[in-house]
Design a protein. Structure first.
Length: 133
């Protein structure tokens, strides 16, 4: 996922990512073997998040836009953070956050480890301020 971020500007990479995410069998197998939220775990367990969530988590702007254009539900629940909006907020991915909000993401949705997107965003802001000091 980290390499996808740097390669995302290439159109063929975005097409490959979208094709992979839309191949349900491949995505399910990948998410059982690897969880970007917990990459150090040898056995991450079953995945509860979908492609838009992982694109948001890693700040894949073009991929997230394409998934939304293809009908991904902006408010689907799942993953450690609970929603794509919370996942994007956790990483400080402003472009993805703005895109999700423009597509109708519910800023007040509750769920995930931290409860709400507002709480996750405030935690991330606090972390960034602490590391800058």
């Amino acid at each position: 996922m980290d390499h996808a971020k740097s390669a995302e500007p290439a159109d063929n990479v975005v097409v490959a990512i979208i094709d992979f995410f839309q191949d349900r069998a491949a995505f399910t197998m990948w998410s059982r073997l690897f969880n970007p939220e917990q990459p150090s775990y040898n056995h991450p367990g079953p995945n509860t998040a979908g492609p838009l969530y992982f694109a948001a988590l890693k700040g894949l702007n073009v991929t997230a836009r394409n998934l939304l254009d293809k009908g991904a539900d902006v408010n689907t629940q799942g993953g450690l953070y609970g929603s794509a909006l919370q996942a994007a907020s956790s990483g400080g991915h402003k472009g993805v956050v703005q895109m999700l909000l423009a597509k109708g993401a519910d800023v007040n949705a509750q769920g995930g480890e931290y409860g709400s997107a507002q709480y996750v965003a405030s935690l991330e802001a606090t972390r960034r301020l602490s590391s800058a000091c």
